[in-house]
Design a protein around this ligand. Structure first.
Ligand SMILES: O=C(O)c1cc(=O)[nH]c(=O)n1[C@@H]1O[C@H](COP(=O)(O)O)[C@@H](O)[C@H]1O
Length: 309
């Protein structure tokens, strides 16, 4: 799957992921009205609204980008019905040939991680039958429990030719509270980055490992260091746009081959119609606003990469 991701990025010239984080407050009125009139103001009504919204976004941007990143929390908050909308979204994105990064941020003791890995990336055995479950292509993983919390994900990735992105330096304001703490003179995120590089050595695709890292766009100096610490790891870079990350700062996250990083924007794309300069599209045309936001983001990032050459 890492090879497919690299090929799609090259073909489309777009190191960009659209984050499918469908808060109900981003769903336009006409969709809410239609879903609520069919299912009432219920969890099913909410789940239908976010699914209809996602479908509109995906239809509008699927030819421009290699990948999407549905964020599980946005679906889970609506319970079982919400997770059905998550699964429908994953399947629909596959139909559109998008690489799906399940932003599930899992990680636990080994046996529990094995269950998470089976459910999201692998298969489960039910009697004599083996079934795929959520079937995303990548999952985000939390490394706090160490190697035995990560290994089950890697084992499943090897079997299924899928991948993971391990949290190394997150984009949020408090990320330094633990991640920047010095251990033997080096920040914790560097130790984690080094470990990601080691875990990834036995998981190589054609040029990149399918054990990747998450490094926030909001800490570019750290991104620069981490690029060197993990030269073969693909970096998923959230924090562009809504959290303040700028294209020019992201150049050091990429390698000389123009690959090695993929930048996520969620609110900046899916809720584009609510913000300037995209308000002119109107809520009815939220998909077109998202498409324009994606085109602008691609041009912004490619412009920064070109300027650096
Ligand atoms: O793993 C992630 O995707 C992630 C890691 C991180 O350090 N920061 C971060 O914002 N994210 C996710 O990336 C998305 C960012 O959304 P926007 O700020 O709206 O673009 C959300 O789904 C976050 O959960």
């Amino acid at each position: 799957m890492i090879n497919k991701l690299c090929e799609k990025i090259k073909k489309l010239g777009a190191p960009v992921v659209a984050g499918l984080d469908p808060m109900l407050s981003y769903v336009p009125e006409h969709i809410l009205k239609s879903s609520f009139s069919e299912y009432g103001e219920t969890l099913k009504g909410a789940a239908d609204a976010i699914w209809q919204f996602n479908k509109g976004i995906v239809d509008s941007v699927c030819d421009l980008i290699p990948a999407v990143k549905p964020q599980a929390a946005m679906y889970e908050q609506f319970g079982v019905e919400g997770m059905e909308a998550y699964k429908k979204t994953v399947d629909y994105c596959h139909e559109k040939d998008l690489v799906v990064i399940g932003d599930v941020k899992r990680g636990d003791i080994g046996s529990t991680s094995a269950a998470y890995a089976a459910g999201h990336l692998g298969r489960v055995q039910v009697g004599n039958t083996v079934l795929k479950v959520f079937d995303e292509d990548f999952a985000t993983v939390n490394p706090y429990l160490g190697t035995d919390g990560i290994k089950p994900f890697i084992d499943v990735c090897k079997e299924e030719k899928k991948g993971i992105f391990i949290l190394v330096k997150t984009s949020n304001p408090s990320s330094g509270e633990f991640q920047d703490r010095l251990m033997d003179g080096r920040p914790l995120y560097e130790w984690v980055g080094e470990k990601v590089a080691q875990w990834g050595e036995s998981c190589m695709g054609d040029s990149y490992s399918y054990v990747g890292a998450v490094v926030g766009a909001t800490y570019p100096e750290m991104g620069k260091v981490l690029r060197k610490v993990m030269p073969k790891s693909f970096i998923l870079v959230p924090g562009y746009g809504a959290q303040g990350g700028k294209a020019a700062d992201l150049v050091p996250y990429f390698n000389e081959d123009g690959l090695g990083a993929i930048v996520n924007s969620s609110r900046g794309i899916i809720a584009a119609y609510k913000k300037e300069p995209y308000v002119k599209f109107g809520a009815e045309n939220f998909g077109e606003a998202a498409r324009q936001a994606v085109l602008d983001m691609i041009a912004d990032i490619n412009g920064a990469l070109q300027a650096h050459k």
